[in-house]
Design a protein around this ligand. Structure first.
Ligand code: GLN
Length: 487
């Protein structure tokens, strides 16, 4: 049951082969059994989940026409999404006791679809990180090898999917946080174009880059999830953009015969592990059999992406995190002598090292005298990146790229060297800077660990990316592999 696709689960629920309460209980049992090995969940609320499931079962009995395709199916939410009445920590001591008064639009959309929330999921504190080691609740471990990281910041979401503790999860991606953990854990995730998914109620890290997205076992599952998750939200998120169609499953079965695929040489050289390059080549060969044409493209400014991102993201973070001042909510130091010390001590005592580093870098880069040299320069680079992609997409429909330069690294391997950690994001960051969609999917194994590939498209071509990934997954079974210890 825990290996089934969302479509299959939906079918079994509809045919009453299983009830939502039974399905929810099955996943709760798996969570209680396996989560101690991987620390993917921050909180699990059995009662809340079972009550939601029961409601769906009752509706199915009396007014089944009111149900959505996904009704009754469990989902786990990244703990940077506000959940009304349920603790939301963002993996920070600053928010350990914070219970939000409202739901994020994403959470609300899944609630309206009748999905059952299993619990809240581990991440790097405030989504800052690429290993899930920066969590106040301790690191999350990769189910394929618990000595390795699951990636981050949506590490918990990817790990629990690989361990089959939920059939679906939410993630957010500011510089790769859906795609890199998807690659490290062998699951599928899509980072939508900026504006497709509402950011309302998703705790802000870097607002011009943040975008929520679904994570699951396959592109087909992600298509169903994105259809429920994406919405135009003009009242609450002014950067949300209305889409002509919210059915992301509509193109899944299209032929890829006329698809032109760009291979950027900047991504297939240099930092990429040669063994990963070989695995990607096999995926490319598989796509060639589907009739796509390959064209070499140039993305000449790729090398500037990491420094530009690690300036812009901290600048926005330093501003966004100013709201955590211990006044209305959040951790407050109990031994401050006056108001100013209360602000300073509360923040010093509650933020972790990486969050402090980003606030310091961001505040420095925005300060008068340095603003033009760092912030404005980075914004100019961002324009160049957008331009590079724009030029490339005149020649091709999608671009293939590695997701990560290597397989999942060991716990603790990069913690003492933040720059090495940042360089891991070289292949994922450009997409966020250019506000593009990108899907990450597993395409092979190396040393017993999954290897991922990305398919990047022009803005608002999510359906095309899901189609391209689905056609590959119909012919291969990398996305169906799951780690032995969790069967
Ligand atoms: N690893 C990147 C960072 O640390 C990306 C994080 C994200 O996408 N939330 O900023």
């Amino acid at each position: 049951m825990h290996n089934l696709s969302l479509a299959e689960l939906s079918r079994q629920l509809k045919q009453k082969k299983i009830s939502s309460v039974e399905l929810t209980q099955l996943f709760l049992d798996r969570i209680h059994r396996f989560n101690p090995k991987i620390n993917a969940f921050i909180s699990v609320n059995d009662e809340f989940a079972l009550t939601q499931a029961k409601k769906v079962d009752e509706t199915r009995l009396h007014t089944p026409e009111k149900l959505h395709f996904l009704s009754g199916i469990p989902i786990a939410h990244k703990d940077n999404l506000l959940t009304k009445g349920i603790k939301t920590t963002c993996s920070s001591k600053a928010l350990v006791n914070f219970t939000p008064p409202y739901d994020a639009t994403i959470v609300d959309n899944f609630k309206n679809a009748g999905m059952v929330m299993l619990g809240k999921v581990n991440l790097d504190e405030f989504a800052m990180g690429g290993s899930n080691e920066n969590s106040y609740f301790g690191p999350c471990f990769n189910p394929w090898d618990t000595n390795r990281v699951p990636g981050g910041s949506s590490g918990g979401s990817a790990a629990l999917l690989a361990a089959r503790l939920s059939p679906a999860a939410t993630g957010s991606d500011t510089g790769g946080s859906i795609r890199q953990p998807a690659a490290f854990c062998g699951i599928t995730g899509i980072k939508p174009s900026y504006g497709v998914v509402s950011r309302y109620g998703m705790i802000a890290f870097a607002s011009s880059l943040d975008q929520g997205g679904p994570m699951s076992k396959s592109a087909e599952d992600c298509a169903h999830l994105l259809s429920a998750m994406a919405s135009f939200d003009p009242k609450h998120d002014m950067t949300s953009v209305q889409q002509p169609c919210y059915d992301y499953t509509k193109d899944l079965d299209k032929s890829l015969k006329s698809l032109r695929v760009g291979l950027p040489k900047e991504y297939f050289s240099g930092d990429l592990d040669p063994e990963i390059a070989q695995i990607l080549q096999k995926a490319i060969d598989e796509y060639a059999k589907l009739g796509v044409t390959f064209i070499e493209v140039d993305l000449p400014d790729t090398k500037h992406c990491v420094p530009a991102y690690y300036t812009i993201a901290p600048c926005e973070a330093s501003s966004n995190l100013a709201r955590f001042d211990a006044n209305l909510y959040g951790y407050r130091s109990s031994n401050a002598a006056d108001l100013e010390k209360m602000y300073a001590q509360s923040r010093s005592e509650s933020f972790g090292r990486e969050v402090k580093r980003r606030i310091l870098i961001g505040t420095y880069a925005l300060s008068s005298g340095y603003y033009d040299d760092y912030y404005i320069k980075s914004q100019n680079i961002r324009n160049l990146i957008r331009h590079d992609f724009h030029e490339a997409f005149k020649k091709v429909d999608v671009i293939f790229a590695p997701t990560t330069p290597s397989i999942a690294f060991k716990i603790g391997q990069l913690t003492s060297d933040p720059v090495q950690m940042y360089l891991q994001d070289a292949f994922t960051i450009p997409v966020n800077l250019a506000e593009l969609p990108s899907i990450a999917l597993p395409v092979g194994m190396l040393q017993g660990m999954p290897v991922g590939m990305q398919i990047i498209g022009p803005r608002f071509t999510e359906s095309r990316l899901l189609n391209a990934a689905h056609q590959y997954q119909k012919r291969t079974d990398w996305h169906l592999q799951c780690p032995n210890d969790f069967t």
